[in-house]
Design a protein around this ligand. Sequence first.
Ligand SMILES: [Zn+2]
Ligand SMILES: [Zn+2]
Ligand SMILES: [Zn+2]
Length: 393
Amino acid sequence: MIAAYIPTRDSNRITCHLVVNAALRLLADSGADVSAPNVHSDTPLHVAARQGHYPCVIILLARGARTDIENSAGELPVEVCRGDCQSAISLNMQLALSVRDCTKRFKLITSDISNGHETYPIPCVNEIDDSAPEPFTYVTRHVMPTRIAVDNTLPTMQGCNCTGTDCSASACSCAAVSVRRWRGGGGRLLPSFPYHEPPMIFECNYTCGCRLSHCTNTTITKLTNLGATFVRTVVFKRRRGGWGLRAARALLRGAPAAAYIGELLPADEADTRTMDQYMFGLHLKPTHIEQCVEKTQLCVDAAVYGSAARFINHSCRPNLAPVRVFTNTRDLRLPTITLFATRDIAANEELTFDYGDKFWSVKSKLFKCECGEPECRYPTVTQDDSKSETVEN
Ligand SMILES: [Zn+2]
Ligand SMILES: [Zn+2]
Ligand SMILES: [Zn+2]
């Protein structure tokens, strides 16, 4: 239509271009494949570029014509032209590459790996490759494949006789059996908490005389009612291999970050499981197990059922420490393993804890420590390159 208003006596070539452009627009807008090759396996972009039809090249590129198809001579569209057409196609190829890189860098595998079980959604991202974590079922409370008797009798529960909300160390028997009340400002552990040899923490429970909803001797009781991961986190693919969990926001020292949740198993049953890299042994001291009605040691296996803590890797210089916290049971075999921040943690920092000598005494033959810290205490990949297995926790 535009061509009709243009003098054509000496401008047949221009008219021809405009007609072709209009036809191309119509074709592209009708949903036709703008990259469909002809019998010589030239795509429309090859043809337009070779003939120097710059407006056609632009229209084809704008409609998503592919720049990566070779013709029968093995030529890309960018290789059959010069000048403006070549510049336009070349720029388009660079843009396409950078967009592809961006997409890969921020690949979101799922917006919430907890499937809505946590207060804060836990995105899972892969900035390294196209893999995804092995499937598992997200749980925020332990599941039991077989029945385990939990001792919740009154003599075991030992609720305090406090009234009101002030369960301070001097008056509260719950705080006293924890050595002292450890809850500090903001629900975080006091700065003096000994993470290297943590005492067991007994929070007030439903048998206590205090007003539990406002009791000052709790750190995780209310949090565990809402989920098992208490701060904003992201599951991510690590450059060193395997998956990890990182903080999405900064954490302050003493903050409860997550509870290690999974299948609760008697230790002898746990020993029969071949895939045990997500196993957390609760290893109760002999003097403590003597105080229990049931004497079986328990383990938590987060391989098939687990919370986000299953993604937390080992480090010899960790920023979290596991602490045994008792909330609605005081069966000593069954603490809630809670990972507290041992120092201030920056946003995007990977969360780690020390798996401990017991883990490494068994696993050092199979895994090498990859923490990369100067103070690394366990065998590393570089010390024995012949074994290249990784801790993919
Ligand atoms: Zn009390
Ligand atoms: Zn109490
Ligand atoms: Zn209390």
